[in-house]
Design a binder for this molecule. Sequence first.
Ligand SMILES: Cc1ncc(COP(=O)(O)O)c(C=O)c1O
Length: 333
Amino acid sequence: MTPLIPSVRLGRKLGIGELYFKYEGGNPTGSYKDRIAAMGLSWALGQGRGACIGTSSGNAGAAIAAYAARAGMPYHLFVLENVAEAKLAQSLLYKANVRKIKGFGNDPEIGMRVFDRIFEGAADHGWEVMITAFRYNPYAMEGVKTIAYEIYEELKGMPSHVYSPAGGGGLYCGIWKGFNEIYESVRTAAAPCMVAVQPEGCSNIVRAYQAGSKEPLPGSSTSQISGLQVPNPPDGKLALQIMNRGGGKGIAVSDSLIWETQRLLAVEEGIFCEPAGAASVAGLIRDCEENPGRSLDKVVCVISGNGFKDGKRLSDMTSEIHVPCLDVEHLDI
Ligand SMILES: Cc1ncc(COP(=O)(O)O)c(C=O)c1O
């Protein structure tokens, strides 16, 4: 149960009736991936697997490594070459067997080859594949829908709109699945409009939505937003099906708007998140700019990861602020 934080300023500024932030940075390893790791490791143990194997941009690796450590199961992890240091350090501390792969996360061809190799290796050794996408690990991904259940429980009803960051698309699809299940069982209010937000430099799903394509469009990633650099989104097709059936839409925003929004959340709301987590709010800001006068009544932005996850970005944002160091006799207060 992560906090659903009501906005104190931003919602009013954007003219939104009620705005909430679902703060997934409050999970044990600092991102929503814990929900997937908890389910995935339970499943792997139940299947009697000797180890698990998978890829990550960092957060899934940290989460799965933690739950694997607790389960006493070895974890073989392949990460992007430019993985965020803090995410890598978490995985190493939990004793994952980590290897970096050149070009992974930028080049979609390399991504597909890595996935193929992992499946071959897992089949050879009888290991569980832990790639956090419905396409590869639907049982583990069931964990994501608890985000929707928690929001529904706390709001005592459906929000009108949910903004979610999208990399591979699994987070977006999992939240939609949760709301859809609730809708199917209670049938009182409609499920929310689900908005997927991607960085412009890696917006293969959003560009496909805008072009009317059923498949994610090809193209390498130039985005620097850790967690959202997925040029071959495994759940992109599923996300597009949801959007095209009227369940939502996609918005792309620049990396710089995401960074600006990360700062805005800290300053205006006291919320500390990593850039990928701020993408949902950046998408909301862009949507409000593009559709002035439209009324949004009950909006939830999913803030998917904790600010401590990206130390480089944190120091980039604060390094120019001068902090004086005083002798005690010069303490003028
Ligand atoms: C913090 C954070 N937000 C969002 C995402 C994107 O999730 P998905 O790949 O399921 O779309 C990730 C993926 O690694 C992430 O780490």
